[in-house]
Design a protein around this ligand. Structure first.
Ligand code: SAH
Length: 512
């Protein structure tokens, strides 16, 4: 890679890919991460902005459906201006910057101002949409060539710049960008210039995204079909016999949760892993964190216990958050994991075990079952009387462990390691999706996710918003909270893990 050191005015013109954030290149990601300023387009996926430095300046250069919020010359000027202030600028453009992206014009402006730049190519919409629709753009049995064509020529052109005769017969597969408005005209032109009316056509809207839509037909009927279905931009139009292969090769939009909107309500630091699992089955996940994890008002109690670790027989964790706050304090106090010494470690839940493993600790005890009761049962079996346990807990943790272990004759110290609070507000995007019936399933991964969501939107309104929405709860305690609030639980796995919850959600929708 030939990348410039930081702090020299520089522009990276980056192809953001067609939608699926995973289709950004590694180089694109590196450039976003080093930029001082990010100028991004409507078609660039918002999630890519999470690769930016927290202090990076984010500027929306939006162009929505032809209504240019900013004129192209303004964008060019801004690129030059920021670079001349010695800023590293990432110009994030949908698809590939040099395919109908006006990347060429932006580069020309940079050259004119002597601003150094690099182009980072991206997966262009034709390539991405075709792949995710199961349509190989070339195939030895069907075609040897493919053309990318604009379906929206610069306004003001009296004579078409497209040689329709050559295009109709010269290229096996033709992909039109920006062609939705002119679809009828495009199809008619191809037919008039010799392409068979029965030639298959596919329209792919929001290709590679969870909301991808595909409409197939022929040159003769596609425009009418699109009109009837209200099929809108942004979409590519793929023309050619290769479109027939979709029936056989379709993979993306045939997955079990494809087209299903699923709400993930857990804290944002934990939501990602769950969202990934659901997205793996094709779900359209919306994250709506109902829990924010923050430090306790004071670490004094926890610090005191950590400083006296040698006097404890057991260290008990019931959450990954507990593990991370505990170790954060341990390190802040100048200790490392050797401070645990002979103290044994118990962990509830596989994620808690994984968090410990990440700290180099292998738990001595992993009680079966995923709740506090399992710990008490296990210690009852072991006969813990007379032993001392440290249990760094959440402020709202139930008192099952301290009480249960005390009854067994153990001494338990349970300092608050972190607090879970209700965020200030619910995400606007999630609320809109609920109101517009775009959510098919809501997931609750703890009782607080239920009560907090109810607190955020109001109990009555929650029941109303969740009418007809499947409720998936991670386990019996969470389900009980749902029922107390008047919600019906449709999905509850036999084991309280996000993996089994995901499987049950898949099962639920597959059987309908
Ligand atoms: N530089 C971009 C194209 C920008 S022109 C690229 O290389 O992909 C904008 C047009 O791209 C849209 O009108 C639409 O035709 C197409 N497009 C962009 N993203 C798309 C997507 N996810 N699915 C289908 N078409 C898309």
């Amino acid at each position: 890679m030939t990348m410039k050191p930081e702090k020299i005015g520089y522009v990276y013109l980056i192809g953001a890919g067609p939608g699926d954030p995973g289709l950004l290149t590694l180089k694109g990601r590196e450039c976003i991460a080093r930029a001082d300023v990010i100028l991004y387009d409507y078609l660039a996926h918002k999630r890519l902005l999470s690769f930016a430095r927290p202090d990076a300046e984010l500027i929306y250069a939006g162009k929505v459906g032809g209504a240019h919020n900013r004129e192209q010359w303004q964008i060019n000027e801004m690129l030059v201006e920021k670079a001349l202030q010695d800023k590293v600028v990432a110009r994030l453009k949908g698809g590939d910057p040099f395919i109908f992206g006006r990347g060429g014009e932006e580069c020309e402006a940079l050259v004119a101002a002597s601003v150094p730049f690099e182009i980072v190519p991206g997966v262009t919409a034709a390539i991405g949409a075709a792949a995710y629709a199961g349509i190989p753009l070339t195939h030895r049995d069907f075609t040897t060539s493919v053309a990318f064509v604009t379906g929206h020529e610069s306004s003001g052109k009296e004579v078409s710049g497209i040689d329709w005769q050559q295009l109709s017969l010269g290229s096996g597969t033709v992909v039109f960008y920006m062609g939705m408005k002119n679809l009828a005209q495009i199809a008619a032109n191809l037919i008039v210039h010799g392409r068979a009316p029965q030639t298959p056509v596919a329209l792919v809207r929001w290709g590679t995204r969870p909301e991808q839509e595909v409409l197939t037909g022929t040159l003769a009927d596609i425009a009418e079909k699109a009109l009837k279905e209200g099929f809108k931009a942004p979409a590519v139009t793929i023309v050619g016999d290769v479109v027939r292969l979709r029936d056989k090769l379709r993979w993306f939009d045939s997955r079990p949760l494809f087209g299903k909107g699923i709400l993930v309500t857990r804290a944002s630091d934990q939501a990602g892993a769950f969202s990934c699992l659901l997205e793996g089955y094709g779900a359209h996940v919306l994250e709506c964190p109902t829990i924010a994890v923050i430090p306790p008002e004071s670490f004094d109690e926890l610090d005191e216990a950590i400083s006296a670790l040698a006097g404890y027989d057991w260290l008990i964790f019931t959450s990954a958050n507990g593990v991370s706050f505990f170790f954060e304090r341990l390190h802040a106090l100048g200790f490392d994991s050797r401070a645990l010494g002979p103290c044994r470690v118990a962990a509830v839940g596989s994620k808690t075990g994984e968090a410990l493993a990440a700290q180099g600790i292998r738990p001595d005890l992993l009680p079966s079952g995923y709740h506090a009761e399992g710990v008490v049962r296990k210690f009852a079996e072991l006969g813990g009387a007379g032993q001392k346990a440290l249990y760094p807990k959440a402020d709202r943790a139930r008192d099952v462990i301290p009480k249960g272990l005390a009854e067994l004759g153990m001494e338990v110290v349970a300092p608050i390691a972190y607090r879970t609070v209700i965020p200030d507000c619910i995400s606007r995007e999630a609320l809109d999706a609920l109101e517009e019936h775009r959510i098919h399933c809501v997931t609750f991964t703890s009782s607080s996710t239920v009560t907090n969501l109810a607190a955020l939107v109001g109990e009555n309104r929650l029941i109303h918003l969740l009418e007809g929405v499947a409720v998936a709860s991670i386990g019996p305690i969470t389900s009980a909270t749902c029922r107390e609030l008047g919600l019906r639980v449709d999905i509850e796995p036999h084991r309280a893990t996000i993996e089994t919850l995901t499987e049950e959600v898949v099962q639920y929708f597959s059987s309908r």
